[in-house]
Design a binder for this molecule. Structure first.
Ligand SMILES: [Zn+2]
Length: 448
């Protein structure tokens, strides 16, 4: 976004989709040194993952975001840089062995040093605090209800002849979710840039999360097996702990040991603990009563590989929450190896499993799976709890937009699969009669 000779970038994400990964390697379409600031909505990798590259390639401005986003993004960027380095090394060896070249260079997209070099530019803000970015350009961050620290960003521009407000939705969260406050609603703006991840879908009514979780824990405990939960490090793991804590407080499940076995999830949980000012009423109340979901009896935060291996020697039922969320890497693979062929254990999925991942194979009912190079028959119970989504669906996105009391000059639909974005655009146009644009990648628009 450009106004009054100030250039802003809203988010700077990494492409994870195989067919779009080439964009990660392309030079930025705007020379990074000409940008004045980055406004970062939240710490998910598809929103912050290219920041180290941006800084390495010449960006010298500030990166504005909430304090929690700043802390979580740094954890995630370091992890991403490690993965980039490992990946490059792995490819280099493989190509050397096979005497061929891949489609991308065998160098890391960015290094740990690049990631660390970006950290001093992070400039944390509080929700609601307005910051002057340039002459006549101000920005403020507001609760998005998506993940800890996530924001919607309001940019106000004053120019001769009038003022304009542009609202960036970031990823829109959901109402009445645990831990976080609800998404902010705005009553007026001139322009909206809104995401459309679930723009063509409506979350199905799913059974109550607490009831499902209680049933799974109780029946696995009776059978004498373990409960293995592949989970994402940010938000999902903390929500699982939240529901477990609630069930324990209500005496609805036995006092089993629960292991959060992911250094990244443990580090992010520490950020949650430091930022109780971001919690909703119910969660704040729990903290006041000293019934924190991040400290309940039996909960163990696992750091080292040795500690992780030691879990195998515990007899009786334990729950292990580990990454990665789709079983594509991380410690979850080792726990699957020891449990997936045990009839008495349960593999519990709490998140979306993308096509082509090990998690998806298991959810789809594979009888045998390959993990770490070996085949294992699937005999454990495979369970899934729906309803954990952190994304507003089509109707919730419309509810969010409908907070606006008068028609904005234009709504831009972004950040969804092309079809989801198109269909959401048509849906909003039909329901509101507003001016809607679904821009293609790389197009420019003049805001008047
Ligand atoms: Zn997100």
């Amino acid at each position: 976004m450009e106004a009054n000779n100030t250039r802003l970038l809203v988010d700077c994400g990494l492409y994870q989709e195989r067919e779009l990964r080439y964009r990660n390697w392309a030079p930025f379409s705007i020379p990074p040194h000409t940008l004045d600031a980055v406004l970062l909505t939240h710490a998910h990798i598809d929103h912050c993952g290219l920041i180290p590259k941006l800084v390495r390639d010449g960006f010298k401005g500030r990166i504005y975001c909430t304090t929690a986003t700043s802390e979580i993004a740094q954890i995630i960027l370091l992890d991403s840089a490690h993965l980039q380095e490992e990946d490059a090394e792995f490819k280099r060896r493989r190509h050397e062995r096979e005497k061929r070249r891949g489609s991308f260079p065998e160098i890391p997209l960015y290094t740990v040093a690049d990631a660390k070099a970006s950290f001093p530019l992070f400039t944390p803000l509080r929700y609601g605090e307005a910051v002057q970015i340039g002459e006549g350009v101000r920005a403020s961050f507001h609760d998005a209800g998506h993940v800890l620290g996530s924001s919607m960003i309001k940019v106000e521009v004053s120019q001769e002849g009038g003022n304009r407000t542009i609202l960036f939705s970031g990823d829109v969260g959901r109402w009445d979710r645990p831990i976080l406050r609800d998404p902010s609603v705005f009553i007026e703006t001139d322009y909206v840039v809104v995401e459309s991840t679930y723009g063509d879908r409506v979350h199905e009514d799913s059974p109550d999360i607490s009831d499902s979780l209680a049933e799974i824990v109780n029946s696995t405990w009776k059978a004498g097996g373990n409960i293995i939960v592949p989970s994402f490090a940010l938000q999902r793991s903390q929500e699982v702990l939240y529901y477990l804590n609630e069930l324990l407080n209500e005496d609805r499940i036995p006092h089993i040991m629960v292991f959060l076995d992911s250094p990244m999830a443990v580090a992010i949980t520490e950020v949650f603990k430091r930022h109780s000012e971001l919690f909703d009423k119910k969660m704040s109340h729990l903290m006041l009563e000293k019934r924190s979901p991040f400290d309940f009896p039996g909960l163990k935060m696992v750091q080292t590989v040795d500690e992780s291996k030691a879990i195998n020697h515990i007899s009786g039922t334990v729950m292990i929450i580990a990454g990665s969320g789709m079983c594509t890497g991380g410690r979850i693979k080792y726990h699957l190896v020891t449990n997936i062929s045990r009839r008495e254990s349960t593999i519990l999925f709490v998140g979306y499993q993308a096509i082509g991942t090990l998690g998806r194979q298991i959810v789809d009912g594979a009888r045998k799976v390959r993990i770490l190079g070996q085949h294992y028959p699937v005999r454990a119970r495979i369970a899934q709890i729906q309803g954990f989504s952190a994304h507003a669906d089509r109707d919730e996105l419309l509810t969010w937009l409908s907070g606006l009391k008068s028609a904005p000059r234009r709504v831009f639909i972004v950040h969804g699969e092309p079809e989801a974005a198109q269909r959401f655009g048509e849906f909003v146009r039909e329901r509101t009669g507003w001016q809607i644009s679904v821009p293609e990648y790389g197009t420019e628009a003049l805001l008047e």
